[in-house]
Design a protein around this ligand. Structure first.
Ligand code: SF4
Ligand code: SF4
Length: 370
């Protein structure tokens, strides 16, 4: 990680915190910080990605603004995180997308939508596009299976590759101080922390969403979005299994596994996106890094659009609106996949990786202490 103004600020704060240690029970950052005396810029990248922006240390700190030391860890770490996303992005030229993420998302989404809509109207006659289609193969009457699978498959694989390379780069850069193998128990503890969003619970009372008062709203909204996304993914996997291995062609009935999973997942994503936007709108602006807000809102908007167009398509699939809604939904999914490695989504990947390192360090520390 390169030295920047943001890493310098974060280092100055963390050196004071390491002497103070008042907030040591708040999150994974403080126990990880306490294992070191000196800090590099790369350590800031690691600690910043362990931070989940709960604002707890800001509201608890006697040295936060207007104190002359101006300790503001949530804001400093948010700035460092944004720089770390660009640092590890692959391919490197696309890292620029993080700097003006909101604009990039808007442009790519518009292009993806235009691509799918124009493509659909060139490949399919307007009459067929706007006519109602029902029964097995109704979706493929509008956009063929081959086009759908190849476009979605290629963008999904590219996205996976870019995310994996970013995660490896982050791990290689931040794994300093680690010696010896990572054990199964480390993976287990790291995955448990990710799956339960453990630290978003704070000490049981939650985060300081809006002000110094505690709330579990952010944790609940994150859970709804995370598990909603996973259910939608499971719905796609089960639909692929139905199609390829059982020969059951979409659309499926309301009681079928892909539709039940997709409906629950879509509703979860909508609830999660709305909840997170509401929290962002009412939160205290001082611990917020304004230049990361564009990426936050852009990802939430894309996820909301993906869920909303998917649910609308489900409800109106036997009407004449199906063709346009299918093109709209595919356009949104296409831009979502293309932009996943260049937006706020990478925080989930880097935070998971940082939690794995924290889990290894915690075990070794417990061994030494025991
Ligand atoms: S944020 Fe403030 S109170 Fe908390 S550990 Fe740092 S200096 Fe101490
Ligand atoms: S904002 Fe929350 S997660 Fe981040 S360092 Fe402070 S207490 Fe930890």
């Amino acid at each position: 990680m390169h030295a920047t103004e943001a890493t310098a600020d974060a280092k100055r704060f963390i050196e004071i915190c390491n002497a103070c240690r008042y907030c040591e029970g708040y999150c994974a950052v403080f126990p990880a910080m306490e294992l070191q005396r000196d800090f590099t810029d790369t350590d800031m990248s690691y600690l910043a990605n362990l931070c989940h922006n709960c604002n707890g240390c800001y509201h608890a700190c006697q040295f936060s603004p207007p104190h002359e030391w101006g300790i503001n860890l949530p804001k400093a770490f948010a700035e460092v995180r944004l720089e770390s996303y660009a640092e590890y992005a692959w391919p490197a030229p696309l890292a620029a997308a993080f700097r003006s993420n909101g604009v990039v998302v808007a442009v790519v989404s518009a292009l993806a939508l235009a691509f799918v809509l124009i493509g659909a109207s060139v490949l399919v006659s307007p009459v067929r596009l706007l006519a109602p289609h029902t029964g097995p193969g109704a979706f493929y009457a509008v956009i063929s299976w081959g086009v759908m699978a190849s476009v979605a498959g290629a963008t999904f694989l590219f996205s996976l590759l870019a995310l994996a390379i970013g995660a490896v780069r982050f791990w290689r850069d931040t794994k300093t101080h680690l010696t010896g193998p990572i054990r199964l128990a480390d993976w287990g503890r790291g995955l448990h922390d990710v799956a339960t969003l453990r630290y978003l619970g704070g000490a049981g009372e939650g985060c300081n969403d809006a002000d110094a008062s505690f709330s579990l709203a952010r944790r609940h909204a994150h859970h709804a979005l995370f598990y909603g996304f996973m259910l939608c993914f499971a719905s796609t996997v089960s639909a692929t299994f139905y199609d390829h291995f059982l020969g059951w062609i979409a659309p499926y009935s309301w009681a079928s596994l892909p539709v039940v999973l997709g409906t629950l997942g879509g509703i979860g994503m909508l609830v999660g996106c709305i909840g997170l936007v509401r929290i962002k709108l009412k939160t205290d602006p001082v611990p917020v890094a304004r230049r990361v807000l564009g990426a936050d809102y852009a990802l939430l908007a894309l996820l909301f659009m993906a869920a909303a167009t998917g649910l609308l398509l489900l409800v109106l699939r036997s009407t004449g609106a199906m063709g346009l809604l299918l093109a709209l939904h595919l356009g949104v999914i296409l831009s979502l996949f293309l932009l996943l490695p260049y937006g706020k989504f990478v925080h989930g990947i880097y935070r998971g990786t940082a939690l794995l390192k924290a889990s290894v360090e915690r075990r070794r520390n417990e061994l030494i202490a025991g």
